[in-house]
Design a protein around this ligand. Structure first.
Ligand SMILES: Cc1cc2nc3c(=O)[nH]c(=O)nc-3n(C[C@H](O)[C@H](O)[C@H](O)COP(=O)(O)O)c2cc1C
Length: 246
């Protein structure tokens, strides 16, 4: 197996960082790894906002629901849906942009933001750094917009903490690969058994970490997915002009 695939197979999130900085050289290389990523129609409708300022990171940690690792890690990058950039190109061509009002537009930008996140993660981890993605910035999207001075037609999709690892973490088990890989056609017949087995595996994982607050995968999803856990996304996106109604 080559080094890239070994790195991908060893993915695990880090939530404990040393406070020494990430060098400019490393950060540039990580950002360029995402900059080279493909985007749908080459729209390049993603921008990154890099925050190194400690006070701003502390603020983001609070906005994200009190996530201490955002304050701890020296670099926080917000991946921004940027239909403001594309709008300038569309206007230059004498047209009126509509895609930012559509589900297609939101979906495409979410996919491209995910590709950026993946590239940032792999690049940072290949340099020996730790990472954790942060969807929690969508808990208070308006405050993130204000903090980062994001204009209309933009939205903070997801963030990532990057830094030198203080305490490493073990790999979190995944559900049986039969629930993930479907050959030739979709087949959910293995799901129920695999979910039962995974709930047991996850409890063993928490016990291994001596985490008494650990709950099963099913319970965790039950707690979270029974509601729209970040209800501000839709109204704030609409206020940004991303109406998602076409
Ligand atoms: C899009 C996305 C958003 C996430 N948001 C958060 C977050 O806000 N806070 C956090 O601590 N972890 C967050 N995570 C990390 C997941 O909880 C983690 O990837 C998952 O539990 C699997 O663990 P692992 O990454 O260690 O394998 C996020 C992951 C993804 C992909």
């Amino acid at each position: 197996m080559n080094e890239t695939i070994k790195l991908q197979h060893a993915h695990h999130s880090i939530r404990s960082y040393r406070d020494d900085n990430v060098s400019d050289e490393m950060l540039d290389a990580i950002i360029r790894a995402a900059w080279h990523a493909p985007t749908s129609m080459n729209a390049q409708e993603i921008s990154l906002v890099v925050v190194r300022d400690a006070e701003k990171r502390a603020h983001i940690a609070e906005l994200a629901g009190g996530q201490a690792w955002i304050k701890q890690a020296p670099v926080f990058i917000t991946i921004v849906m940027d239909f403001n950039k594309t709008d300038m190109g569309v206007r230059k061509a004498g047209q009126t942009q509509v895609i930012h009002e559509s589900m297609e537009g939101f979906g495409v930008a979410a996919v491209d933001a995910g590709i950026m996140l993946g590239n940032l993660m792999i690049a940072a981890r290949s340099l020996g750094l730790g990472v954790v993605p942060i969807g929690g910035i969508r808990r208070n999207p308006q405050s993130m917009i204000d903090l980062l001075e994001l204009p209309t037609l933009t939205f903070p999709m997801v963030g990532i903490c990057i830094g030198h690892i203080e305490n490493d973490a073990p790999l979190k088990p995944r559900m049986d690969i039969a629930t993930f890989r479907h050959d030739e056609r979709y087949d959910a017949s293995a799901y129920r058994t695999a979910i039962d087995a995974y709930d047991t595996d996850i409890m063993a994982y928490w016990q291994g970490l001596k985490r008494t607050d650990g709950i099963t995968w099913s319970q965790n999803l039950g707690n979270n997915l029974k509601q729209v856990y970040f209800p501000q996304v839709r109204p704030v996106a609409a206020m940004q002009g991303l109406t998602n109604d076409k």
